[in-house]
Design a protein around this ligand. Structure first.
Ligand SMILES: Nc1ncnc2c1ncn2[C@@H]1O[C@H](COP(=O)(O)OP(=O)(O)O)[C@@H](O)[C@H]1O
Ligand SMILES: [Mg+2]
Length: 387
């Protein structure tokens, strides 16, 4: 009898421990405790967003209780929401806030709160804020916050009730029974439209910062950061005083986000090693760009009359294009098959209209119809062709 009670009791304790363990937050901790792990990212690593950085640095000063703000009675915002398409540096910027300030930083992902057991999400959020307050001033970063912050009543899956409890807890914690508890909440999402309105109300995410795809000059700044550790010639030519190559890449990469630019240089560096080259040049960059937009190259076409004809026509198209007024400058022309494309002419995406694939296909169609593949070969000697 006594033995059974004892067993039941130990089971009960064990269950309690298990529940507690489940309710503990899963966030990664930086700048906390003896270990003081560093995110390793600094403000200067995040390029091309100078005015955003200035805003954020100001908020950080308020959080750290800078006297000039206190004297003015300024209250730090409760939360900053970073919003924008993927790869634009939202996560990176949040890490830089920790890396540059040394403030206790708790980095969570919206999805890690939600488990299949009811009440876990709410418990984890409660625990996270409890720990953060203990270490104040502190930042609670919730990446991909849409996983927990989706508007209520949207989903009717079994997990949505659990998620909504988590959201309610988050709203409660952000409301803050103490307005100035020194905890700043930073959220990041690329689906802001899905978020519950209550999250965006005053006193919660009071500051919403849009992080969009960078402009040409900002792409150049981002490229500079990622070119630092790579062998890229930094000299100039007649157009630009220095960094001609990076300026050119910045011009060619309309629509690329910061992550795409970092990837592009990385791909080019891999190609450089594979080809035993000494430095990254424009042809390697172009190849890396083709890989992204057109897919992997297929095997080279075997030499044949058909191939010569194709090269000839493609060269003729390129010349025709170059001589047609109003078309953007030609960047590249090739008959190396890639993805579903046998051959291609690529324009400098100078005017935004020309950068859309529709316009590109329109131009290409015009060229195709003016110079169909089966048009007769130009007379020999009419031009010189590099094969
Ligand atoms: N503004 C930027 N400056 C420098 N690097 C950037 C920038 N934006 C993105 N990157 C690069 O792209 C990577 C991914 O960015 P990330 O912050 O994860 O994007 P997001 O969270 O917005 O989807 C970063 O680790 C960094 O290498
Ligand atoms: Mg991210």
């Amino acid at each position: 009898m006594l033995a059974t009670v004892k067993i039941l009791l130990t089971r009960w304790e064990w269950l309690q421990e298990l529940a507690e363990e489940f309710g503990r937050h899963r966030a990664k901790e930086f700048n906390v405790g003896v270990e003081r792990k560093d995110t390793g990212v600094r403000y200067e690593d995040v390029a091309g967003i100078d005015s955003i950085k200035a805003d954020i640095e100001e908020v950080m000063k308020m959080i750290l209780g800078a006297e000039e703000y206190q004297a003015m009675g300024a209250r730090a915002p409760r939360g900053i929401l970073l919003e924008g398409p993927p790869g634009t540096g939202k996560t990176y910027l949040a890490k830089a806030m920790a890396g540059s300030s040394n403030v206790a930083f708790f980095s969570a992902n919206g999805s890690e709160f939600v488990e299949m057991f009811e009440g876990v999400a709410a418990a984890r959020i409660r625990d996270l804020f409890r720990v953060a307050r203990k270490h104040a001033p502190a930042i609670v970063f919730v990446d991909e916050i849409d996983a927990i912050g989706k508007a209520r009543g949207r989903g009717n899956d079994s997990g949505s009730k659990e998620r909504e409890q988590g959201l309610l807890q988050l709203l409660y914690e952000m409301d803050g029974f103490e307005a100035n508890d020194g905890v700043l909440v930073v959220g990041a999402t690329n689906r802001v439209a899905l978020l519950d309105d209550a999250l965006l109300r005053k006193g919660r995410f009071d500051m919403v910062i849009y992080m969009g795809r960078p402009s040409t000059s900002n792409r150049f700044k981002i490229l500079e950061v990622h070119a630092k550790d790579k062998p890229i010639p930094r000299e100039g030519d007649s157009v630009w005083e220095s960094d001609a190559l990076l300026h050119r890449v910045a011009e060619l990469t309309i629509g690329y986000a910061g992550a795409d630019l970092a990837n592009l240089l990385n791909e080019a560096a891999i190609l450089m090693v594979r080809k035993d080259a000494q430095a990254i040049d424009m042809s390697l960059i172009q190849e890396a760009m083709d890989k992204r937009s057109l897919g992997l190259p297929s095997a080279r076409l075997p030499d044949s009359e058909a191939k010569t004809r194709m090269a000839t026509v493609q060269a003729a198209r390129a010349v025709a294009t170059a001589l047609t007024p109003g078309l953007p400058p030609l960047v590249h022309c090739s008959i190396q098959p890639r993805g579903g494309h046998m051959s291609r002419i690529i324009f400098l995406p100078q005017v935004p209209a020309f950068s859309s694939p529709h316009t590109y296909y329109f131009i290409n169609n015009v060229i195709n119809n003016v110079l169909p593949m089966d048009s007769p070969m130009p007379a020999p000697g009419a031009y010189q062709m590099n094969s």
